[in-house]
Design a protein around this ligand. Sequence first.
Ligand code: APR
Length: 320
Amino acid sequence: MARKKIALIGAGMIGGTLAHLAAMRELGDIVLFDIAEGIPQGKALDISQCGPVEGFDAKLAGSNDYADIAGADVIIVTAGVARKPGMSRDDLLGINLKVMKTVGEGIKQHAPDAFVICITNPLDAMVWALREFSGLPHNKVVGMAGVLDSARFATFLAQEFGVSVRDVNAFVLGGHGDTMVPVTSYTTISGIPVDDLVKMGRSSKERIDEIVKRTRGGGGEIVALLKTGSAYYAPATSAIAMAEAYLGDQKRILPCAVYVDGKYGLDGLYVGVPTVIGANGVEEVIEIALDDEAKQNFQVSVDAVKELLEACKQIDGSLA
Ligand code: APR
């Protein structure tokens, strides 16, 4: 059987990390694509030279030509710019929307059978626009946010309770941004709900609220520390978990930004919900019961996503 092919659109900080992880895990042969000349080629060469030391079999290539993504099984999109000081949210939206248009058209023309994972921000709007521009089926285009947000939540909870991160199963819903909804009633430590652990006196509601707040601002906390960029290790790892779920038909239940039409009272938008990922891409959207507070917070998050979609439609009339 031929090796799988992984195409990475955007060879920046996340793109390079994705290539390294995908090679180390032997997910397949890897093509790094970018508009910047030399960067994808240089990173591909550098990571190839890890092969003899690590002992992985994966071919890496860098490219500035969409034709080279042909036949990709998985495509992970990080192309775009990150928000810089002085740039409004609308400025960022306008720039990255144009990027999604060229990327979407490139995918449509050269790799319409791929499973596409979008990471570019603002995530929920960009994954929606990428789907529109590419014309791929909704179940084959997903956004990576929930796995990362849940990982951040889990990291902080493991620190709070002094337990292994492996025993924390954290749950975050909604859009990727300040309005995301970490749900404590569905968050457990070895099956014990966090709310119960609070009742047992192992933490307090105030401390958990603080962790929820820190999770919501998790990306910003790292931007403030790095000063010149945003997080890339954990975002890349999270997208690789999604790619593996697809390639291995794992039927994992992962929180992903997916197209929700009908469930959660939504009529066709991309937002973070629990999703079964397997060989058919998004195989199921799982609708869970939410308490009043979570329901209300989810609605705020959905409204924020809707606002972004309206802004996209204003910028690019073809999306209206
Ligand atoms: N086509 C292809 N690549 C592009 C395009 C385009 N039209 N426009 C920009 N790029 C490339 C840049 O040349 C750069 O190499 O996208 C890459 C982005 O890399 P970084 O700036 O290092 O950003 P990164 O940290 O990888 O984050 C990428 O993910 O988390 C989000 O907010 C983040 O939107 C950002 C994205």
